[in-house]
Design a protein around this ligand. Structure first.
Ligand SMILES: CC(C)(COP(=O)(O)OP(=O)(O)OC[C@H]1O[C@@H](n2cnc3c(N)ncnc32)[C@H](O)[C@@H]1O)[C@@H](O)C(=O)NCCC(=O)NCCS
Ligand SMILES: Nc1ncnc2c1ncn2[C@@H]1O[C@H](COP(=O)(O)OP(=O)(O)OP(=O)(O)O)[C@@H](O)[C@H]1O
Length: 201
């Protein structure tokens, strides 16, 4: 089975590209969704988060706004949060790969925002980067923030600093999908890639 790593900066359009792969019949592991699942009610991570960051769990639910605020204002908080989340995400990822192998799927996608930062790209057979200009991404983040519940540009900037530069990411990519233009254009690039992968397998 060939493992396709999918990554990109914040609001570049990874999830949109991942959906296109899914629609093309490919199994996708979504690391952000996995984090949210692992932080859900009754999850393993919640008691650990509650112990480390007081007042971020209310009546068994994670208060994401409160946790975002902690991450933004406490210098080492994200590192400590990652130390809780990353081993759990790693275990889920291993489970996903095992299931795909058991189903004898020819390839699968790992959609991981920090794919390169954690060195997981080295274990992928093909690394795909979703790329849109920073100005486009910031306006998408602003729009999402306005429609409620999501992080503001100010919150995002702290996380963006921890993500790899676009230049470095592009250098380590095998394929770049341009996601700064229309969705149709992104779809055509993914379809062409899937076609090539299927021809080669
Ligand atoms: C910081 C948290 C609470 C913010 O939650 P919120 O719902 O507001 O945002 P969401 O999870 O949708 O993330 C928004 C954007 O930030 C990026 N991001 C999230 N965590 C990180 C991180 N540790 N470093 C860099 N970027 C990150 C995401 O990929 C996404 O692009 C949450 O992202 C979290 O628990 N992060 C730690 C786990 C982690 O490292 N996740 C990255 C994928 S493995
Ligand atoms: N051509 C395009 N390709 C991908 N996304 C696009 C495109 N045009 C607009 N968008 C929009 O950009 C926004 C961000 O996309 P998406 O959620 O897929 O990004 P992401 O990289 O997964 O974000 P994050 O890592 O912050 O969760 C969405 O609202 C999406 O609809």
């Amino acid at each position: 089975m060939r493992i396709i790593g999918l990554t990109g900066g914040m609001a570049a359009g990874k999830s949109t590209v991942a959906t296109l792969f899914r629609k093309g019949g490919v199994s996708v592991f979504d690391a952000d969704a996995c984090v949210r699942r692992l932080q859900g009610k009754g999850s393993k991570a919640l008691p650990l988060i509650e112990k480390m960051f007081s007042k971020t769990v209310l009546e068994g639910h994670l208060d994401r706004g409160a946790l975002r605020e902690v991450v933004r204002t406490q210098p080492d908080a994200l590192k400590r949060l990652e130390a809780i989340m990353h081993p759990l995400v790693r275990a889920e990822r291993a489970r996903f790969l095992k299931q795909c192998r058991a189903r004898k799927e020819p390839f699968c996608v790992l959609d991981i925002p920090l794919l390169m930062e954690i060195g997981e790209d080295r274990r992928c057979d093909l690394v795909v980067v979703a790329e849109a200009p920073m100005s486009t991404r910031l306006s998408r983040i602003r729009q999402r923030g306005r429609s409620g519940g999501r992080m503001s540009v100010m919150d995002a900037k702290g996380l963006l600093k921890r993500q790899m530069s676009d230049h470095e990411r592009r250098r380590r990519a095998d394929i770049v999908i341009r996601t700064g233009l229309s969705r149709g254009y992104a779809a055509r690039q993914v379809h062409a890639l899937l076609h090539r992968l299927r021809e080669a397998s």
